[in-house]
Design a protein around this ligand. Sequence first.
Ligand code: KIV
Length: 277
Amino acid sequence: MRVTIGQIREMKEKGKIIPMLTAYDYATAKMIDEAGVPLILVGDSLGMVVLGYESTIPVTIEEMLHHTKAVVRGTRRALVVGDMPFMTYHTSIGEALRNAGRFIQEAGAQAVKLEGGEAMAEVVHRVVQCGIPVMGHIGLTPQSVHQLSGFRVQGKTPEAAVRLVNDARALADAGVFSIVLEAIPTELARLITRKVNVPTIGIGAGPYCDGQVQVISDILGLFTDFVPKHAKQYARLADLIRKAVAEYVGEVEGGSFPTEKQSHSIDEGILAGLEQE
Ligand code: KIV
């Protein structure tokens, strides 16, 4: 049985901290699921850590659906959230509903995430009304990187802090089942977490959120273009991969790979017949 949004909300009520990770492919999703992570986000960070774009803005809905399908196939227990990409929920409520529906109907996700606070409350309300669970996302919202003048910490002035509290309240009232708080000061995230009745999931928002989310490629040390301040590397897979690839290349070039163990045999009689032809 998959984790439900009811169980995620219950975790806040019971004071149980919610771990969440991103995933973009079948094999990684399977490992994360088997490790017992209850919430998996197919983030549009896909664009940066898998597809090599400079931001999340170029990511298309077709790319997101393709990867969401793979993650859904790799999971049995986790609740899978598909991240709605830039401009797939902004132009009209009808468009937002259609695109949210594609994540559920075509890709098999159980929920969608979209960026924005008060300004997105009506869209969130309508999507939720149609039976699609929505996760909110406020603070540093990477799809608005140009409007925010770069990837920077949010909510540092009194006005900006009040705006974030209002954004969180508006999303909760609109029916989100949880809200990502990205790159906001620890004490502000703590206050928002106390003020809303849905779980907050922090990334660069300190330890007092109801849950934490990280990009899998950051915590495994797979994405090495830069390491965000909020990330901790629990492994350095890029180093391991480089070492393994160099070893493979050395063995191929030196003729020690493949050996008999990695090869297939054929009946001697068949070979002898072929030799005579
Ligand atoms: O796209 C993503 O991975 C995200 C998380 C960082 C929350 O939005």
